[in-house]
Design a protein around this ligand. Structure first.
Ligand code: ZN
Ligand code: ZN
Length: 557
């Protein structure tokens, strides 16, 4: 008998939708399933990305046998470069997933200049990966991105199935339905634990097939007389295909706008997931050469994201596409909970420009990638798990998933409704909760990521939202000590009542930072400015819960 229980520890994705990451641990060896991130909410001023807190993994990189990624969505893959950089790429574990997922992983690692250090391997369905005490197998599923998989993790204590995001699409656009027979086989072999997608646990019935979106898009397009701008998730490669098909059928040219739209479509084309008729795609600069009724623009921004192409078009701030009356903007996506306000704002601006707007409320031009209640039950019935631990949902949906499990006959005491940081422990005697570990959020305030335009835009956004502090510190050339009272200037800072007091405290904070730096014999101006920036930014955030730009200037005399 082996030492210790098998542990399933979610570090993200429970009690929230986003930043999925799960540690599966046995005999002190680890497999990570998914390494996702989340986008910040409106209150998280100046924050670019939110990562799961992976403190549990620090110092343990050599214990990780493998990282398996179920599919290429940001909430499952986006944290990969940050995680590897933080844990140390030196003996980074190999990364496994379907071919499209791994193409997206490579592209991310490339952007972070990590692709040389990390072994990334395409896995085909049915292949077994040996990883220490675990045998891993991917099982093909359908979702709103190709190459989505469930992951079966076999150990000598039993098999765990993490479904990833899925629906049972009977007529997927690429003709590859979920591998239902393999799921049933796992059920017959005896599944120990099912960790399943809860996203649509509140919706009765079955999700509509992705295929329904195509004819409806064509129908909507056929009624438009001007240009058509379609927005969807850039990773929804089948949707992009259906938009291209509808455009082709109506004799319109297609323009791709937005960095991730171009990137994902290129990856999709190179792997054969998107087939584009010869000559149909034109560049944004060629738009003017065609009459309005010959153009379809596919754009990012379906969630009203601040820097996305559509949002910039709506603000008349896009360098290549200027919207005008007569254009129709088609939202082929629904807002993720939390994004409704940004989406509504974008829509209102579009109306103001004179555009017509069509959303999923007007026509069935979107199909969710997550199975509804009957599909969650079907998964439970196929795999017949002994224990159930609902994943991928807020507490409400996790609760509803638990009810569905009970409805199909899983004993209530075998249903574990968990939370981030709480491990489930399984052994020959049964299953129980373990001791809670640190979990939470890590913020990325990404000045060091993205390209130059992103940074410039981010600065503008920061200035417009929270204003700026300029701090001028004068230090002695001899010993680095502060020789004059620091000057603090601010503009546009939405501010607490006690302005004078805050300025005094800020000056103190500057003095203290300089004192500490002098003691550590730090004299380099760049370094000093950096230290001041970090100290002051933290101080200001602490005081006014805002993130104005902080610009320290250090002068030596
Ligand atoms: Zn997801
Ligand atoms: Zn997904």
């Amino acid at each position: 008998m082996s030492s210790g229980p098998l542990r399933v520890l979610p570090l993200g994705g429970l009690g929230e939708i986003g930043k999925n990451m799960t540690v599966v641990e046995y005999e002190d060896r680890i497999v990570l399933v998914d390494v996702g991130l989340r986008f910040p909410t409106a209150e998280m001023m100046g924050i670019d990305l939110v990562l799961p807190d992976f403190a549990y993994l620090r110092g343990r990189v050599s214990d990780i046998e493998a990282i398996v990624v179920t599919h290429g969505h940001e909430d499952h893959l986006g944290c990969l470069p940050f995680l590897l950089r933080e844990l140390g790429v030196h003996d980074a574990p190999p990364v496994y997933g379907g071919p499209l997922t791994m193409a997206m992983a490579r592209s991310k690692l490339d952007e972070h200049k990590l692709s040389r250090e990390v072994h990334v391997e395409d896995v085909n369905d049915g292949e077994i990966i040996e990883a220490g005490p675990f045998d891993l197998e991917l099982i093909h599923m359908t979702h709103s991105i190709p190459d989505a998989s469930a992951v079966a993790i076999k150990t000598d204590l039993g098999t765990i199935l993490v479904t990833g995001d899925y629906k049972f699409d009977q007529t997927p656009v690429d003709g590859r339905p979920a591998d239902v027979s393999r799921l049933a086989e796992l059920g017959r072999e005896g599944l120990l634990l099912l960790c399943g997608d809860s996203t649509n646990g509140d919706r009765p019935g079955f999700a509509p097939s992705e295929r329904v979106a195509g004819p409806n898009l064509r129908d909507v397009f056929s009624r438009c007389t001007g240009r058509i701008i379609v927005t969807s998730f850039a990773s929804n490669i089948h949707r992009v295909q259906q938009v291209v098909d509808a455009a082709a059928a109506l004799g319109r040219k297609v323009v791709l706008v937005g960095r991730s739209m171009k990137k994902n479509t290129n990856i999709g084309r190179s792997l054969g997931h998107i087939k584009v008729p010869e000559g149909i795609i034109i560049g944004p600069r060629e738009i003017a050469q065609f009459p309005d009724h010959k153009i379809v623009i596919i754009s990012t921004g379906s969630q009203g994201e601040p820097l996305s192409a559509l949002r910039r078009m709506a603000h008349k701030d896009h360098p290549q596409v200027e919207l005008h009356a007569g254009d129709t903007v088609v939202f082929s996506a629904t807002p993720i909970p939390g994004n409704e306000r940004a989406v509504n704002e974008t829509i209102d601006r579009l109306y103001h420009i004179g555009c017509d707007v069509i959303t999923t409320k007007d026509a069935p031009i979107h199909a969710s990638g997550h199975g509804y209640q009957e599909e969650i039950k079907l998964m439970l019935n196929l795999t017949k798990p002994r224990y159930v631990m609902p994943f991928h949902g807020d507490h409400k949906r996790i609760h509803l998933h638990g009810q569905l499990a009970e409805a199909v006959g899983v004993a209530p005491e075998n249903i574990f409704k968990g939370e981030n940081g709480l491990p489930l422990e399984l052994d020959a005697k049964g299953a129980r909760w373990g001791k809670k570990v640190q979990s939470g959020m890590i913020f990325v305030d990404g000045v060091d990521i993205g390209d130059v335009t992103d940074v410039a835009l981010r600065d503008r956004r920061m200035l417009s939202a929270d204003g700026i502090f300029v701090v001028v510190a004068t230090i002695s050339e001899q010993d680095g000590s502060s020789v004059a009272e620091p000057e603090v200037i601010f503009r546009g800072v939405p501010y607490a009542s006690d302005a004078d007091k805050l300025l005094d405290q800020l000056r103190d904070c500057v003095e203290k930072s300089l004192e500490r730096a002098a003691k550590d014999e730090i004299r380099e101006i760049d370094l000093l400015q950096e230290i001041l920036h970090d100290d002051l930014a933290a101080f200001v955030y602490d005081k006014i819960k805002r993130r104005p730009m902080v610009l320290p200037v250090v002068v030596e005399v």
